[in-house]
Design a protein around this ligand. Structure first.
Ligand SMILES: [Zn+2]
Length: 137
């Protein structure tokens, strides 16, 4: 339990400095994000901190609906949810800014498109989101 808390603390310290941290496996080179102590790719028991580029590709677009909409996000700008693949390899679902709901359907034909990490203060913590580099014409 203590180990998990330590990983989370270091990760949030990184976010405060607008750095995206993951863990790299010294055995196979796989990146764990969100950070974990063990490697999920080869099963090695240890990983090391590594700063990630925050650059990736967006593979899916899900428009917020009543049940999963987050009004706080509207303060930053138009957003959707989507599957992001970091250039270092990890894939995860997250909030992606810069996409209006009515653009989402058209955008699906143009995926994947490049995205980058952005940082925002929320409830006293720095949080990471993603934003599209540029909407395809
Ligand atoms: Zn590994």
């Amino acid at each position: 339990m203590m180990k998990i808390e330590k990983v989370v603390a270091k990760f949030y310290e990184g976010l405060e400095q607008h750095k995206l941290l993951g863990r790299k496996c010294p055995e196979c080179g796989a990146i764990e994000y969100p950070p974990r102590y063990a490697c999920n790719t080869c099963g090695y028991h240890a990983t090391e901190w590594v700063e990630l580029s925050g650059k990736g590709m967006l593979h899916s677009v899900i428009t917020p609906a009543t049940l999963n909409a987050d009004p706080w996000n509207d303060k930053i700008g138009p957003y959707c949810y989507g599957l992001v693949e970091l250039e270092e390899g990890p894939m995860f679902n997250c909030t992606v800014f810069g996409i209006k709901r009515k653009q989402a359907k058209l955008l699906r034909d143009k995926l994947p498109i490049p995205v980058h990490a952005i940082f925002a203060e929320r409830d006293g913590f720095t949080t990471v989101f993603f934003e599209v580099d540029e909407l395809p014409k």
